[in-house]
Design a protein around this ligand. Structure first.
Ligand code: TCH
Length: 309
C-alpha cells in the first residue's frame, strides 16, 4: 500500500510526501533530471525517487523547481489504459507520466487543463510491466487525482489532500463522511444510568478512527492526521510534520501480507519541500533522513544524476 499527503506551511510553501509500501525496493534513489535532458521537453529541473534505465528516469514520485509534485500509487482492479490514444489527444505512457507532468507544467491548474487532451496509454518501458497506478498531483494551491479506468480518464480535485490505494478517490471522499464524529477535542463526561463516564486522558475523541493499514483505513487516518496537524513554522518542523503524519499510516513488517504471501512494509518515506527545493527520504531500516536540493546538481545539464545510496 502507499499513502501520499500535501499541505502548506503558514507562508504558503508546499510540502508533499509519500510512503512507498511494498515487499521490496527496486534499487531506487534520489534522482535528478536536469533542464536539458532530452526527455525534459519543458526544461524544468526535476528531482524525486526513481530508478534509471538508459539515462531515462522512471519516477515513483517527483517534484519540479516550480513547486509542482506528483506521486504514483497502486490502483490495480481499477486502472485501465487504452492501447491507443483517443483521436486528437496526446499519448502519454504511465512510466513517463510523472516526468511529463513535472517537465511541462508549473501548477495543478495547468496540468488539469492539459489533461483534457491526453490519453494515458498501455505502454511499458523496455521489459518492465505497465504499472497499474493512479496519481496525486499537488502544488501550493491544492491537489488533483488522476485515474484512468475502463470508463474514462478522470481528473478530480482532492479536498482531503491525501491519497491511498483502491478504491478510487470518489469512494474514499464519500467514506470520510462516516468519520465526521472523530475529533481532537476531549469529550465531555457522560452519565449512563448511575455510571459516570470520564475520559482516561487525551485521544478519547479519536475513538473510531480505523487503526489498520487497509487502503480505506489509511486514507481516513492520513486525512485526519494531515488536517489536524498543528501548523508549523520553518523547514525542520514541517519536514518532521510530513514524516510524523506518514508515520501514522506506515506499515510494520509482518502485519499485512500481499497476495503472494510476502510481507508488505514501508520501504521508504519521502518528503518534498518547495520552500527549500529539497527532497528528503528515509527507509525502513535507516530512519535518518537523506536529502538533496536542486542546487546540489548541474541544473542545466543533459544527463540524469543519481544520489549514491
Ligand atoms: C509498487 C509501487 C506502488 C506501491 C503501492 O502502491 N503499493 C500498494 C500495494 S497494494 O497493491 O495496494 O497492495 C509502484 C509505484 C511506482 C512504480 C514504479 C514506477 O511506475 C516506475 C517504473 C514503471 C515501470 O513500468 C515498472 C517499474 C517501475 C519502477 C514501477 C514499479 C512499481 O510499480 C512502483 C514502484
Amino acid at each position: 500500500m502507499c499513502t501520499a499527503i500535501r499541505f502548506t506551511d503558514p507562508d504558503g510553501n508546499l510540502y508533499f510526501g509519500r510512503n512507498l509500501d511494498w515487499a521490496y525496493g527496486y534499487g531506487e534513489t534520489i534522482t535528478f533530471t536536469p533542464r536539458n535532458h532530452p526527455a525534459n521537453t519543458g526544461h524544468r529541473a526535476i528531482m524525486g525517487m526513481a530508478i534509471t534505465s538508459d539515462d531515462f528516469p522512471l519516477y515513483f514520485d517527483c517534484a519540479n523547481e516550480d513547486g509542482l509534485a506528483i506521486a504514483g500509487l497502486n490502483f490495480p482492479g481499477y486502472a485501465h489504459f487504452p492501447e491507443t490514444a483517443r483521436p486528437g489527444t496526446t499519448a502519454v505512457a504511465p512510466y513517463e507520466f510523472p516526468l511529463w507532468v513535472c517537465s511541462n507544467f508549473a501548477s495543478v491548474d495547468d496540468v488539469e487543463r492539459a489533461l483534457a487532451d491526453v490519453t494515458l496509454v498501455n505502454k511499458g518501458f523496455g521489459s518492465f510491466p505497465v504499472s497499474l497506478l493512479h496519481w496525486i498531483i499537488a502544488d501550493a494551491t491544492g491537489c488533483i487525482v488522476v485515474e484512468s479506468t475502463a470508463e474514462d480518464l478522470q481528473v478530480m480535485r482532492d479536498p482531503a489532500d491525501v491519497l491511498a490505494n483502491q478504491p478510487g478517490l470518489a469512494w474514499h471522499l464519500e467514506n470520510l463522511r462516516s468519520y465526521l464524529n472523530v475529533t481532537p477535542e476531549a469529550p465531555a463526561s457522560a452519565n449512563w444510568g448511575n455510571a459516570k463516564l470520564t475520559p482516561y486522558g487525551a485521544g478519547a475523541g479519536m475513538r473510531g478512527l480505523p487503526g489498520d493499514v487497509y487502503s480505506p483505513s489509511r486514507f481516513v487516518r492520513a486525512a485526519y492526521l494531515n488536517a489536524h496537524h498543528a501548523p508549523k513554522t520553518g523547514e525542520q518542523a514541517n519536514v518532521a510534520r510530513v514524516f510524523r503524519t506518514l508515520g501514522g499510516v506506515a506499515m510494520v513488517e509482518g502485519c499485512a501480507e500481499m497476495n503472494d504471501g510476502a510481507n508488505e512494509l514501508t520501504i521508504f518515506t519521502s518528503a518534498f519541500s518547495a520552500r527549500e527545493g529539497r527532497y528528503y527520504y528515509n527507509t525502513y531500516e535507516q530512519p535518518a533522513y537523506v536529502s538533496a536540493a536542486f542546487t546540489d546538481f548541474d541544473l542545466d545539464g543533459t544527463h540524469v544524476q543519481q544520489v549514491a545510496k
